[in-house]
Design a protein around this ligand. Sequence first.
Ligand code: AP5
Ligand code: MG
Length: 217
Amino acid sequence: MNIVLLGPPGAGKGTQAKKIQEYYSLPHISTGDMLRENINNNTSLGVKAKSYMSRGELVPDELLITIIKDRLSRKDCSAGFLLDGYPRTIPQADALQMILTESSRKLDAVLNISVNDEELIKRLSGRRMCACGASYHMVFNPPKDDEICDLCKGKLYQRDDDKPDAIRNRLIVYKKQTKPLIEYYKKKSILRTLNGGKDISGIFEEVKQILEEYEKL
Ligand code: AP5
Ligand code: MG
């Protein structure tokens, strides 16, 4: 299955993606994670992306289209993939369609996780990350020991863009540049909207129900 996870910042795309990746053995492709890795490794892409990301702005389309084209051409994507955080603009969605058509593939489902702004702000401001890739929430999904990763015992940190000013900007940017994708994929009849206000396992149950329908097709 070729799946896109759509939704505002903090909707739970990464959280659900980890569960989907495990359950369906699909590669989880998070453009946010890829960009953060480039920033940590000080690559030229990372240097270009850093200031956009810390302000909560989108990184220019041409950079994202190049990295996603390369990533989707790798062998592990031939039997399916799970995109998290891409596409985020109409030009990115058009480019994705072209990349897939060129390789005789298509998108099967776009799962849109819908959550209200008040809840998104709570989720983003309470999020803590670990360098190993694990993600927690200090109230909704807390680590066993305060600020320490359950998996690798690393010290947890807050993402730069989870500070109040950047959160506010990310929500504005989402509404202006990414939300139009809901209509875009509705028109293609592959959009399914989930109630992202439920708890993590409740949302995953809904995801599984939807994906089981697609598997039967
Ligand atoms: P990216 O890393 O993709 O960030 P985002 O889309 O803003 O989304 P988040 O990762 O913040 O939220 P999420 O939906 O994954 O939620 P999570 O599961 O972590 O992008 C970062 C930046 O990179 C962008 O701003 C942009 O600059 C750049 N970028 C990336 N892709 C780009 C692109 N295609 N084009 C241009 N620029 C791009 O959950 C959040 C918190 O809530 C966690 O603490 C979690 O534990 C908790 N939580 C999750 N689910 C629930 C639940 N059901 N109930 C309670 N708490 C929950
Ligand atoms: Mg994420």
